[in-house]
Design a protein around this ligand. Structure first.
Ligand SMILES: *[C@@H]1O[C@H](CO)[C@@H](O)[C@H](O)[C@H]1NC(C)=O
Ligand SMILES: *[C@@H]1O[C@H](CO)[C@@H](O)[C@H](O)[C@H]1NC(C)=O
Ligand SMILES: *[C@@H]1O[C@H](CO)[C@@H](O)[C@H](O)[C@H]1NC(C)=O
Ligand SMILES: *[C@@H]1O[C@H](CO)[C@@H](O)[C@H](O)[C@H]1NC(C)=O
Ligand SMILES: [Mg+2]
Length: 263
């Protein structure tokens, strides 16, 4: 059934694309083309298009405070995450992040800093989520922590490239993660194993922040960094809560993540 839906989506996409080009070529009816997007030729609802709108809403922070991925979007999110689009979207972010970093007048005093989030920014939990519904299943801290404690999360390739390029520019790296402090050792081991080998600071969430939102926790830690004299020239994360709040840094970069939402 899902395969059939995907096939229909695929065919509909091709049809829509061809139609779009045709209308551009002839300069006729171009403005009404987007209005037809919602249904197929027979007027059938196409789940894939709804899910792509849902993903756009999530990435732009128009859709917030959601708990799980809509059930009908499991196939869509799975295809997105496992296919080339997730990698290309991530690469687009990190390429622009590096372009920006190169443009900076860095002081060379060792205080220019870039803040990296960890989960879905530095390390990928995709092997876990692929087995747990790509965000459709409710979050299960027990099974998720079991996965984290294996310490085998792969690096996000585009983030790893960005990381090394920033280090080569002389920018210091601070990892700021919502992972609890008792996961410090496994996190260090995991980072090193996948070639994230240097950092100025690695900040995990201590118990004094339990019950506080990620926005509050991360803002507080970034303020502390700035009070210590660090200049946060860049800040990258997969959650809006990584880049909202105070002391967000001179520029923020949002990586894609349609699998979960943390406030
Ligand atoms: C960097 O310094 C140059 C020369 O002082 C200046 O022209 C440029 O605007 C500066 N760039 C930034 C991003 O501050
Ligand atoms: C959460 O994961 C644990 C460990 O895999 C499992 O025993 C438990 O049944 C799960 N809880 C729910 C509500 O699925
Ligand atoms: C973490 O590693 C340090 C040494 O690097 C060790 O002293 C400490 O006991 C370890 N903590 C845990 C919870 O294993
Ligand atoms: C970077 O942000 C700091 C703190 O908000 C600000 O003082 C500084 O002017 C900004 N630097 C640039 C180049 O925009
Ligand atoms: Mg994250």
């Amino acid at each position: 059934m899902r395969k059939l839906q995907l096939l229909l989506f695929f065919l509909a996409t091709i049809a829509a694309t061809c139609q779009g080009l045709d209308e551009v070529d002839h300069g006729r009816n171009y403005n009404i083309y987007p209005l037809r997007l919602k249904s197929g030729s027979g007027g059938h609802h196409i789940p894939g298009l709804t899910c792509s709108s849902w993903r756009l809403g999530v990435e732009t922070h128009n859709i917030i405070e959601w708990i799980t991925v809509p059930e009908e979007c499991e196939g869509y999110v799975g295809n997105y995450m496992l296919g080339h689009q997730y990698r290309e979207d991530s690469e687009a972010v990190t390429i622009h992040a590096f372009r920006y970093a190169k443009s900076l007048n860095l002081t060379g005093d060792g205080k220019d800093t870039w803040v990296f989030d960890i989960d879905e920014t530095t390390l990928s939990n995709l092997p876990y989520y692929a087995k747990h519904g790509f965000g459709v299943n409710a979050y299960n801290s027990t099974s998720f922590n079991e996965w984290v404690n294996l310490g085998v999360a792969p690096a996000l390739p585009s983030s790893l490239k960005l990381y090394w390029k920033l280090l080569n520019l002389g920018i210091k790296i601070v990892f700021l993660t919502g992972r609890p402090e008792d996961q410090t050792n496994i996190t260090v081991a995991n980072l090193r194993n996948v070639r994230f080998t240097k950092w100025e600071k690695l900040i995990l969430k201590d118990s004094s922040f339990s019950g506080k939102t990620a926005v509050v926790y991360k803002s507080t830690q970034r303020k502390k960094l700035e009070d210590e004299g660090y200049r946060i020239v860049g800040n990258i994360g997969d959650q809006w809560s990584d880049i909202l709040g105070t002391n967000t840094g001179n520029r923020t970069f949002k990586l894609p993540d349609p699998m979960y939402y943390l406030s």
